[in-house]
Ligand binder design. Sequence first.
Ligand code: AHR
Length: 513
Amino acid sequence: MKKTILSLIAGCIALTATAQTKITLNTDLAKTKINKHIYGHFAEHLGRCIYGGMYVGEGNTKIPNIAGVRNDVIQALKELKVPNLRWPGGCFADAYQWKDGIGPKEKRPKMVNVWWGGVTEDNSFGTHDFLDLCERIGAEPYLAGNVGSGSVKDLADWVSYVNQPTGSPMSDLRIQNGRQKPWNVKIWGVGNEAWGCGGNMTPEYYANIYRQYATFMKDITPESKLYKVASGASSDDFNWTETLMKNIPHNMMSALALHHYSVLSWRETKGPSVGFNEATYFKTMEEAWKMEDFVTKHSTIMDKYDPEKKVDLIVDEWGGWYETDAEGKGALYQQNTMRDAMIAGLTLNIFNNHADRVRGANLAQIVNVLQAVILTNEEKMLLTPTFHVMKMYNVHQDATLVPMSIESPTYEFNGKKLTAINSSASKDASGALNISLTNIDYRKSHEVTINLRGEDFSKVSGQILASANISDHNTFEQPNKVSIKDFSGAKLEKGVLKLTIPAYSVVVLNLKK
Ligand code: AHR
């Protein structure tokens, strides 16, 4: 009898203990920079991302705009501190003829968007429109070149058009089209998903094609030294990474890409974006957590060929993907709920913690497509829960990663378990410490104890994104239902920080000396 009571007490203690999250932060060991480009975005000619989304046309008198791009979108993207913006695709990139998108708009030929709904586009949003937009919002452009259906010459010409100051046929053409100064575009994708919509190539074949294209993409001035990104693997295609690392000389490749979407299934239903059940939620979280495994394994392969970590890993497509046919075939419009906030918080912590190899990423996509940060409807615009997470996490951009050890409780569903809490931390240029925490648990809040080793801090403040229901989201009628709130629940005493993080919430804490 005595033994039973004792073991019951021990069981209770164990239960309490597993519900505790223990984090140790080694602030004195911080050394790796979290590249701001991890917080990049992606705009494809797809559904209402460009046309009818960010770009409403120069002649639009109903929606205030600068050069056809909505003012409210420009304002929001500035606020978000978008470090880089990838364009024009995606799959679209390997069908795009950039020369059809320059010069007088009324003379531009039309094109059919073969990848996304077969819609006809008038090429009114082209190179100048995109690069001027990037200048306006202070983002570095990331141009994805057409390898699948283009030519080496076309891509080399695009580089010359945007980067050659004067004296080449392409720079003359740019100047004739109204832009004197080059834009000095550094980040270039050499194709996209070459294993699929980019040409259904084998990795061996693509590695050779990459070498050919990259050879003719020239560094024209010191200000425009190219950063070339090889089309990377999908999720767990480790052979793709291995073959490219083996067959492409590393001095020809600045980065290798990786794509991973949190999708329930590519073959069966992807489930609704709102009104999902816990089983669906759990599965989405399982898919999101796979990013940790994929990034670790692709990095390990890269380490084998590049132990000095000269080639970056760029996750240039990530996010949640649900059933998206509400706006017709190929539009990929979906709502964005607290579930998406969980994907964002979890994934960005993973990227931060792998900052020694992951030096860029692009959320798919920026407006009205997949896990968008902005949704628009005619004159109306709203910021999604994902926007708010990315904004809260901005404090990590170009800050120094603080190594952490973490013991987290698990979130259990139907006998399966996931780590409930993940976190990352960084020190910024002013010496402040920022800690981001995501609790994906559908049911439970968790107590968190953070031991601060190495440096003393005296003040703590915080922000939280939380909502009553996991499928809460912002609508055009209620655009601020989910929004950032101040969080004063963290207590700091003698180098130990304590807080309780609610179920499905994201918290970012700021500590000062
Ligand atoms: O982001 C939507 C699509 O997903 C992209 O066009 C493609 O690269 C990926 O398959």
